[in-house]
Design a protein around this ligand. Structure first.
Ligand code: GLA
Length: 345
């Protein structure tokens, strides 16, 4: 049995814009955060998988033969099983996790954990697997082991994003480019105080509604549809609204990318605000407390703000002038005592 230990790290991510379109043919714009996690992986000769984490007192002891059980160690177990199936490790593993990413916050703690474990296993084998391939395998862990029908955005972002920049990602082709963030404005991430899990079924329900719309329009790519055609169709609700969100969100992402490239913060903010309205009204993935947080973020001086991530809780992201950031944040957190500052990119 090897007692060599292999380490890897992955950041949390925030999505600037492009929500729930990474499985509907769209472009998305995530950025890596400075919070993240590090893992140590020590391969084992038997089929046991142990997981220790700074967020939990207990050490989880699982085996390679178990299925997901809703336990906090599920993502780690799924990643070790995948690493084993890929031949990167020959048995189980001891995994130690040190994370500063709050769970249930929509900042991709689970994608970061799975990607980091797969990267450590890649080092253990000395295998020539690209970071994109790692992201694809990590998504398969979420889809097949965890039962979360997520897209590819989070895994690509945490596997490949360059800190301090945004990643314009084409989720159909996985081609991506770096987009610089504004110099005089901060991208601020604030936790609403409401947590949620992608495994709670609501994410899957939205995905299922998009699938119904895809079947109606005979396409895999809701983002390529003309919003006017969707609005004029006789597709039932809520499927029509879900499709409308996708077909309008994709051009908003393109607008946001152009706005960042040309330094047009007002246009970036407008795209973010419109994105939030679409998530609230058409995709129905927000909550009243989050709508209030977003609205106050803008009233108090942000150029734009929106819910970020899978929805029904988690974080908002706002763009705000750096010289106003402190006063703005104080005023916002004063109005929303359950909210808390996570970080700024
Ligand atoms: C979660 C999923 C992603 C993406 C977002 C919503 O983070 O893991 O694939 O769908 O929700 O944009």
């Amino acid at each position: 049995m090897s007692d060599e230990t292999f380490s890897a790290a992955a950041p949390g991510r925030v999505n600037l814009i492009g929500e729930h379109i990474d499985y509907n043919g769209g472009m998305v714009l995530p950025a890596a955060l400075s919070i993240g996690l590090q893992i140590d992986l020590t391969p084992r000769a038997d089929r046991v998988v142990t997981v220790s984490a700074n967020d939990y007192d207990e050490i989880a002891s699982r085996t390679l033969d178990e299925t997901a059980s809703g336990h906090w160690s599920d993502p780690a177990l799924g990643a070790v099983q995948r690493a084993h199936a890929l031949g990167l490790i020959s048995g189980g593993a001891d995994i130690a996790v040190r994370s500063t990413i709050p769970q249930g916050s929509g900042l991709s703690s689970s994608a970061a954990l799975i990607v980091a474990i797969l990267k450590a296993a890649r080092s253990a084998k000395g295998a020539d697997i690209s970071d994109t391939h790692i992201a694809v395998e990590a998504r398969a862990v979420e889809n097949e082991f965890m039962g979360v029908p997520c897209g590819i955005m989070d895994q690509m972002a945490v596997s490949l994003a360059t800190p301090g920049t945004a990643m314009a990602l084409n989720t159909k082709t996985l081609t991506h480019s770096i987009v610089d963030l504004p110099k005089d404005h901060a991208i601020v991430v604030i936790h609403s105080g409401l947590t949620r899990k992608l495994t709670d079924g609501r994410y899957g329900a939205l995905k299922g509604e998009c699938d119904t719309a895809k079947a109606y329009f005979g396409t895999d790519d809701l983002c390529a549809l003309d919003p006017a055609d969707i609005a004029a169709s006789d597709l039932d609700q809520p499927y029509r609204k879900r499709a409308l969100h996708c077909a309008t969100e994709h051009p908003r992402v393109l607008d946001a990318i152009d706005a960042l490239k040309s330094g047009d913060i007002a246009a970036l903010g407008a795209a973010m605000n419109a994105s939030h309205a679409s998530m609230r009204d058409d995709f129905e993935m927000s909550l009243p407390a989050i709508d209030a947080l977003v609205a106050d973020a803008v009233t108090l001086g942000a150029d734009g703000a929106r819910l970020t991530g899978g929805g029904f809780g988690g974080c908002i992201v706002a763009v705000v002038a750096k010289d106003q950031q402190h006063a703005w944040l104080d005023a916002l957190l004063n109005r929303h005592p359950k909210a808390r500052f996570i970080g700024a990119v």
